[in-house]
Design a protein around this ligand. Sequence first.
Ligand code: GLN
Length: 368
Amino acid sequence: FAMGSSTEHSAFAKTKNPWDLERVPGGSSGGSAAAVGARLAPLALGSDTGGSIRQPAALCGITGMKPTYGFVSRYGLIAFASSLDQIGPFATDVEDASLLLSVISGYDPKDSTSLESSFQAPNLNKKSLKGKKIGLIKELLSTEGGLSKEVASKVQQAISILKEQGAEVKEVSMPLISQHSLDVYYIIAPAEASSNLARYDGVRYGFRSTEAKNLLSMYRNTRANGFGAEVKRRIMIGTYALSAGYYDAYYKKAQQVRKLIKDEFEKVFKEVDILLSPTSPVTAFKFGEKTDDPLAMYLCDIATIPANLAGLPAISVNCGFDSNNLPIGIQFMAGLKKDAELLEFSLGFEMALNEKTQDNLKLPELVN
Ligand code: GLN
């Protein structure tokens, strides 16, 4: 059901990171990211509700993009949080991600949130970074929170490369998105999940318990045995946030703050073309490291969740490796429907980085 940041909540099995088999590939679309990272597949799809394409792309050393909400139809996708879910591409580089997005995007009358003005394919030859205005999100680049020093230093290297290419870089402060995105997300996403997952009662969809004696025990046993612990946690949080008496204090309040977060983005995008941050505050962690502490797992998405709340396009591109040879991702975000511009910029960055370091061309040892 697309929850978590490591694939450890999967009902099937966990996926290993191709760069270090003792570590997670990120999640929730970690299987897609690992398959492309290990060169088992040239392309894959993922669904990104709070970062599930970009964070695993970062941890597996590949490119992953969440398009503008509404650019790719959600018809046929298992719904997690419908106002946040968006399908997007995984690829080994930005050009392939662009090509895949050109194929999967477009208006679909079967998805009521599908946008009629759909994605325009980027001009793959237009890679100039000169004069582009880049906003560095101060709060997400500070190592005072959970951001690792090694991730911060590679992101700084990327910023220097952008400056050398003539980009105009300036710091922007976004206190709302950095302080409140997680809180808002962990009310809205579970609320929508609790509603979407109500259909898994054993009647029509998925698993049905065979031990039932009557209708009520069929519902009960199906839901008790069919859902894992993380899914149950979210259903309980979401049901609570939507219940009479708490709706105004939690769900409604979260929607109001979500609007303020959108406004904060709109304001900075009047001054800059692209926003920059790390994708994940840390590189791939070991299995089991965060499973006992849901909040530690939730913090993995601090930089990716804001784009989902505002519906904006955002991409993760590899920008180097840490001292354990684990990939590091940099995130670029653009204004609503500016997906083509975001991809053109990312292509330019990737080319400039390759000229400088060739880090992007490195392969996991198991591929060689
Ligand atoms: N890790 C986040 C969560 O657990 C995001 C999941 C996603 O984007 N599907 O909700």
